[in-house]
Structures are given as structure tokens and as C-alpha cells.
Write a protein that binds this ligand. Sequence first.
Ligand code: ADP
Length: 271
Amino acid sequence: MNDTQTTADPILSIRGVSRRFVSAHGDTLALQATDLSVAENDFITILGPSGCGKSTLLRIVAGLDRPTTGEVTLDGQRITGPGADRGMVFQSYTLFPWLTVRDNVCFGLRERGVPRAQQLEVAQGFIEKVGLTSFEHHYPKQLSGGMQQRTALARALANRPRMLLMDEPFGALDHQTRELMQELLLGIWEAERTTVLFVTHDIDEAVFMGSRVVVMSARPGRIKLDRPVELAHPRHWSVKTTPGFAELKGELMEQVRVEVLAAVENSRVAR
Ligand code: ADP
């Protein structure tokens, strides 16, 4: 059963999107035909076992990869490549090492020909939002991992994208920094309501941040569960201790566990 919600007026539509990788070692069906509708202001977190096609799906939405079948539209326009309407933040630090924090944040604005004074004003606002005001003249190598991801977030937000696409953005951070980053991003989302597609393997993170949680099956991935998160906003970290949080987390743990076991079994059979 494809337990996928239908969204009345989606800004992003993923329809029948599959991806097969062909190589000398054989074919890999990474993603089965997948449908997902994302409404404006949704914060969708995507969970699933390693190798189930989460990054593949996100890369297709980003326009960094093409689907084998199906199509993705943003505001009704078919996605055929990367664009400033989708801001991306990945796990690995992707800042330009030769640019300061401020110039990293200005980068997309400069590319689009925004006048320098306006670039600096916009960058300043987002640098402030992510709490890096006194670090704007620092270079990435002078920053901690958390600060680098704050910069990457400010850089993505500065372009005022229609959507943020985030692939395990806090995956390389230590636990405490990760929790602070979750609160920071959630606070920004609550204020700005940017539409977000967020891949993670962390169930707590998925429930804490998401307005909807999607669970993907073991490879070839498909969406097997799509749940709204009925926890009130503004969400404080202490929501993690509430029965509502525990109940949804329990259900998701069970669903993800089934898929992780299936993925292990698949790789055993394939050996
Ligand atoms: P996830 O993000 O859920 O861990 P991925 O989307 O990275 O999963 O990968 C899904 C499957 O597709 C994996 O089996 C992976 O090895 C395979 N895959 C991903 N990218 C490529 C590629 N460029 N060429 C061949 N196989 C790939």
C-alpha cells in the first residue's frame, strides 16, 4: 500500500519518479515509481534505511540527477536542472573555502547580479538569524562544523528559495550541536515557513522538525508511510518528552526497523 497523503494544492509534485542506475556491474533500481505532493510551508522529513534512495530522490528534486521515469514539477514547471528556487544544504560542508562567511552567504545574490549594498544587507540579516554575526569575516576553515552548517543554511536562505532541500545536513555534527541546529532551523522555519524537504536517518530529528514524516521502504525505495506530525508550534525541545512524541516515534521506529531488516536481508541474498 502506498500510504501517501494527497495535498490539495502542492507546490512540488513528484509523479511516478523512478531511478535505475546502469553500470558495468549491473543495474540498480534505486527508486521505484514514487509519488509525493508537497504543499507550501510543509516541512517534510524523509526517513528510511541506508541505500533506499532518499538522496537519489532529493538529487532529482534538486535537478542534479534525472529520473528514469516520471517527472517533478515546482510551481507547475518541470524540473530539468538546478535552480535558485531550490536552496540546498548537504551533510558535507560545501562552503567555498576561499570566501569569508559573508561572501559565501552573498554568493548566490552576486551570481544573480544583486547590487553589492543589497547583497550585504540581505547577507547581514541571515548571518544574524543563524547567530554568526561576529564571524562574518572568518573563513570556513576557521569555523567549527556547526558554524559551517549555519553558514550553509544562511547561504541557502539568502536566495529566498521556494524550497530548502536538506540531505542529512546535521549528520556530521556531534549530538549537542545537532540538537542546537535542529532548534535553530525549526525556529527559522516557524518564522519564515519556508517549504522544506529534509532527509535524515534520525527518527527523533524527523519527528521534532517535521510537519509530515515520510518513511521509505528498503531498496528499491518507495514511500510506504506518510504521517502528519500533530505537535504544536512553536516546538520546544521538551516536546521530545511528551506522550504524543513518543507515540509517533514508536510507530516510526517499528516501520523503519522492518525496512532496515529487509535491507539487510536483501544484501545477504545478493551476496
Ligand atoms: P540513501 O540516501 O537512502 O542512503 P541513495 O539514494 O544514496 O540512498 O542510494 C540508493 C541506491 O542507489 C544505493 O544502492 C546506491 O548504491 C545506488 N546509487 C546511488 N547513486 C548511484 C550512482 N551514481 N551509480 C550507481 N548506483 C547508485
